[in-house]
Ligand binder design. Structure first.
Ligand code: PLP
Length: 296
């Protein structure tokens, strides 16, 4: 019942007939050395991951996260994850971590040790940072050129756009650039001026009374939180849409949010140094509904 909690996992092939995975899980001391130096996740960032939130003992959006892990594995030519094993690993961890508060549960599938026989996998749970203030007050955001045109995923699949790989150095550099410019976060644009996503979040805008997010057409992740927000909005009679969004539309929108699994929904309050309209009431309602999810 203590955090952090770490579980090493022997990945089971996707077509395995096994139904009980407990002996593929190895609880380890989070502070102890666990990975070998030839591990390709650390040497090359060659692996994929997911981070889901556990709220008061309820893991959030388990199936969308596992589906996205499988999609990332396919893009990266990694062995396809066994969904039943990952489901079991998440349930195993959730039964052993504190049942109150907000936790972040990260799970990783790496190509493994160089020339080694098998991929490496693990799961790691920590207490989430306190995001109450940013959820309430919003964040200042800058736009940054991601350096690729729209359509890059089809033109250059080897760039692994749309896979949630461990190579987040560029995403972290974009956050540092935002800090250097006096902001909190970034929205990536294609080189030809279309809105993509944040370095760790999806973008949702309100345009002409409709809620719009860039279509997850291969170059960006399909956000699990964005899908939950769209479900909430649809249930409340609002129109939602996936489509290409230009930076001019972003500047003209009457509200925008960055949404992600652990920080949840945060309103954009300034864009490239210009004050930006925001909807505090709706942001509160979105976060209340995201925190109240108890399904898988
Ligand atoms: N886009 C990127 C690049 C991300 O890293 C994340 C989350 O980490 C998201 C979008 C949002 O995804 P989710 O809502 O599933 O956390």
């Amino acid at each position: 019942m203590t955090l952090p909690f770490t579980l090493l996992i022997d990945p089971e092939p996707a077509d395995s007939s096994r139904t009980d995975f407990v002996d593929t899980f190895h609880e380890i001391d989070s502070g102890a050395p666990a990975l070998r130096v030839a591990e390709l996740s650390t040497q090359r960032g060659d692996g994929i991951f997911e981070t889901l939130s556990v709220v008061n003992g309820h893991p959030q959006e388990v199936e969308p996260h596992i589906s996205r892990l499988i999609n990332s594995a396919q893009i990266c030519d990694l062995p396809v994850p066994n969904p039943a094993q990952w489901r079991a690993a998440i349930a195993y961890a959730v039964a052993r971590i504190p049942g109150e508060g907000e936790l972040a549960l990260k799970f990783v599938l790496s190509r493994g040790v160089e020339h080694g026989p098998a991929p490496t996998a693990w799961l790691h749970a920590t207490r989430a940072a306190d995001f109450a203030a940013v959820r309430e007050n919003g964040i200042r955001v800058i736009t940054l050129d991601r350096g690729y045109p729209r359509g890059v995923a089809e033109q250059a699949p080897w760039l692994l756009m749309g896979a949630k790989t461990l190579s987040y150095a560029i995403n972290m550099a974009a956050l540092r650039e935002a800090k250097r410019r006096g902001a909190d976060d970034t929205i990536f644009l294609t080189h030809d001026g279309y809105v993509m996503e944040g370095p760790t979040s999806s973008v949702i805008l309100r345009l002409d009374g409709r809620y719009v997010t860039p279509a997850p057409s291969g170059a960006i992740l399909h956000g699990t939180t964005q899908q939950s927000v769209f479900e909430y909005l649809t249930a409340h009679g609002e129109s939602v849409e996936y489509r290409d969004v230009t930076v001019d539309e972003l500047r003209a929108a009457d509200a925008a949010w960055l949404v992600s699994s652990v920080r949840l929904a945060v309103a954009v309050t300034a864009l490239d140094g210009v004050e930006y309209p925001h909807d505090t009431e709706l942001t509160r309602a979105l976060n209340a509904s995201l925190l109240a999810r108890i399904g898988a």
